[in-house]
Design a binder for this molecule. Structure first.
Ligand code: GLA
Length: 731
């Protein structure tokens, strides 16, 4: 299917997906103007929407001569730059050797090809020639020879357009890229709301909706990771947009480091949105003949509200970004020993836990932090990736064999990007960490960041880790990262290259993870950064799941998983049943509610099964059995948020619907019982109105229309935090 068209006469480029359309035009003097992004409007060109008039204090390009109606300060541009009369936030800043910081990008040429572009060393969506078509547009600055190649891949079936920019240096001098955003979107009219996902360690991705107003709104991270505090996914929408109605756009940056999303509402009430690497503490020298590629932004749009937007994104990430075979395979149910033991274990304790987990029916035992070096607390050991035989007598291969002989798989926790000052590695290579010359480091969890931008450092760490994986037939790895980057300076780089360290760090991380998954393609790989401190599309290119939060309290998790679901598939969220009172909040929640929340992610346990009562063990078995029965629906189906835990204090409910619409599961937690309460009606979504559905437990049959429009009374449970579920199949 042709999805990219170029109209030679009008010089309009149209990118078309199943339901959306994107348009830009080359106008006078080769200025590339953005015309439109939104629902498909048919065969129309939207250049008539550009109204040119004289604006005081908005300057005009030199070529416009006496015509004062053309100004870059007002024109919606496809990719803006600093220094040429546009006073709004701009997408690029180039510093030349003569100290001038201007680039005047004008259209040169375009190319269209079947398939998807790729980015060197960076994760990005992939697509066959039948899935995607690509457009590249060359913009050039004639003085410096700097070229910005705008890349667009269109996935018509997914309603997705991806973007990135490649800066090339065709001139005879190097230049410094000080800002190079991945995508710019100029909206001619507003108002627009932005929903972004802020948070903190143990309370990640809390949605916040705000009206974009005159001036600049920014969200971003300067922590070296995409962070707990902000997330590189945002939604832009009309003020009236809701879950099931309205125009909205999703922008997801496929990047795991510093990022910036900035939006400016200008003097004409137009909105400019930019997304990319955070320009603070960033610069990159582009040598003659060399290039720099920005990370990718995945864009999707719908008029059907946030649920549809999320479904489009979930589909796109699952089918064309997440490469792991586990995306569509049943994941093993795991038990992780962290909250069961913390650092306090020996081989017998671990074996007893694994043995009991096996009796419960768990598939995989994950040995978390503390198995290596002299790691008896978080003061020491990071960097020493050899087994602590004082704790695990006989070594890890022996314990691994005992566990595997039970018929269980074994998983292992690692934190390859870190070094403890109290470690053999640090004593041997004190210069292998990021550190400013002549200064004491800033510590975080008593650990320092390894300077993985140095090849010898990452090669050394990965070699040691590979040895352990191979010696123990490890089937799962949890890759953690437990502090923000600090002391960001690499002694291996020249002073003029220090602006590159944050980005080189991310590239190095990607290279390390690539080496892991290409060496062990069968491995189930889970990312983690103190829970969800690096929960982004970049990480999902390497691992099909990410530990969603260090907060395992089921009631807090309702909010965390709700917020996360806007931009990321449920199957990517690591979620485990832990003990009560919960270790983070002290809250007690019935087992069934903990189970229903954990099974709305990649299901597992974070407790000592030896301590489970008979009754709890029975409930755990039931939860596992139901999860195994419904994994396909959860992992591959459509996900709907049926209530908002931030505005609804009574219940939190969600729903999975199979793609064929012949099965649906709605489940959730009724937060508090109210005596003599009004009846709450639950309105299902995504069903076939004309078909009949049978609720499996009660045997009752309803039409899809009745379930969606008239609704079902919520069960009247007694007590707080009651789990509930209703499972429907086509009658
Ligand atoms: C991080 C992780 C936890 C656990 C600890 C171990 O906080 O998110 O799940 O692995 O590290 O130190």
């Amino acid at each position: 299917m042709e999805s990219i068209y170029y109209h030679r006469e009008t010089q309009v480029f149209t990118l078309r997906t199943k339901h959306t359309m994107y348009q830009m035009q080359v106008r006078q003097f080769g200025i590339l103007v953005h015309l439109y992004y939104g629902p498909d409007l048919g065969h129309t060109e939207l250049d008539y929407r550009i109204v040119e008039q004289d604006h005081g204090f908005s300057p005009n390009p030199y070529e416009a001569d006496t015509d004062r109606t053309i100004t870059l300060d007002i024109l919606p541009q496809e990719y803006s730059s600093y220094g040429i009369g546009d006073y709004r936030i701009c997408a690029s800043e180039i510093l030349s050797q003569d100290g001038s910081d201007v680039a005047d990008f004008r259209y040169k040429s375009y190319e269209i090809w079947e398939g998807k572009y790729s980015l060197k060393g960076l994760p990005s969506m992939f697509g066959t020639p039948s899935e995607a078509q690509t457009l590249s547009i060359r913009l050039e600055d004639s003085v410096t020879g700097v070229t910005a190649v705008l890349l667009y891949s269109v996935f018509p079936e997914l309603d997705v357009i991806t973007r990135a920019v490649r800066f090339e240096n065709d001139g005879d001098r190097s230049y410094r890229l000080r800002k190079g955003m991945s995508a710019q979107l100029d909206f001619l009219d507003g108002p627009l709301d932005m929903i972004h996902f802020h948070g903190r360690h143990m309370m990640e991705r809390m949605p916040e909706r705000e009206r974009l107003s005159h001036g600049v709104t920014q969200v971003g991270s300067r922590r070296g990771a995409s962070s707990h505090q902000q997330n590189p996914f945002v939604i832009l929408c009309r003020p009236e947009t809701q879950e099931d109605y309205g125009l909205c756009y999703g922008l997801s940056l496929v990047y795991s480091g510093n990022f910036l999303l900035e939006a400016e509402v200008d003097q004409m009430n137009q909105t400019r949105v930019l997304m990319g690497i955070h320009p603070a503490q960033f610069w990159h020298e582009i040598q003659c003949g060399d290039f720099f590629e920005t990370p990718e932004v995945i864009m999707t749009c719908t008029t059907e509200g946030f649920s549809r937007l999320s479904i489009q994104l979930h589909d796109a990430l699952r089918s064309n970004l997440m490469r792991s075979p586990f995306v569509s395979k049943q994941r093993p149910i795991l038990l992780n020993n962290w909250e069961a033991t913390y650092f306090d274990f020996d081989e017998e304790k671990l074996f007893r836990i694994a043995e009991q987990a096996k009796k419960l029916g768990v598939d995989l035992f994950v040995l978390d932090d503390g198995w290596f070096g002299r790691r008896n607390s978080d003061f020491s050991g990071l960097g020493d990736w050899w087994v602590n035989e004082e704790k695990i007598k006989g070594g890890l291969p022996l314990l691994a064999k005992r566990i595997q002989d039970l018929g269980m798989k074994l998983g292992l926790w690692i934190e390859p990007e870190m070094i403890s000052e109290d470690s053999a590695l640090y004593r041997e290579h004190p210069d292998w960490c990021l550190h400013f010359p002549h200064r004491n480091p800033v510590r975080g969890r008593y650990q320092l960041n390894l300077d993985i931008t140095r090849k010898e450092v990452r090669d050394h760490v990965m070699k040691e880790i590979f040895q352990v994986i191979e010696s123990c037939r490890i089937s799962y790895i949890k890759w953690d990262m437990n502090r923000s980057l600090g002391n960001v300076y690499s002694t291996a780089l020249a002073p003029e290259k220090q602006g590159d360290v944050y980005h080189q760090y991310v590239l190095a991380l990607y290279e390390m993870q690539e080496s892991l998954i290409s060496r062990f393609p069968e491995l189930l790989f889970e990312n983690c950064a103190g829970g969800g401190g690096r929960f982004d599309a970049g990480m999902l290119y390497y691992s099909p799941q990410i530990w969603c939060s260090d907060n395992t309290d089921a009631i807090d998790r309702l909010k965390i998983q709700y917020g996360t679901s806007f931009g990321y598939p449920v199957s990517a969220m690591g979620a485990h049943i832990s003990v009560c009172p919960n270790h983070q909040t002290g809250r007690s929640v019935p087992f069934e509610a903990r189970a229903v929340v954990a099974s709305a992610g990649t299901f597992g346990f974070e407790l000592d099964p030896v301590n489970l009562s008979e009754e709890e063990a029975a409930k755990a078995r039931e939860a596992m059995s139901f999860y195994r029965q419904t994994w396909k629906l959860r992992q591959l189906g459509d996900y709907y948020r049926l209530s908002d835990p931030f505005s609804n204090q009574d219940y939190v409910i969600w729903e999975f619907v199979s793609k064929s619409k012949d099965e649906a599961l709605t489940e959730g937690v009724i937060l508090r019982h109210q005596p003599n309460s009004p009846v709450f009606f639950l309105h299902l979504r995504g069903l076939d109105a004309g078909r009949e559905y049978r609720e499996i437990e009660s045997g009752k049959v309803y039409t899809g229309a009745a379930l969606m429009t008239a609704g079902l009374p919520l069960p009247l449970n007694y007590g707080d935090f009651c789990a509930f579920r209703l499972h429907f199949i086509v009658a």
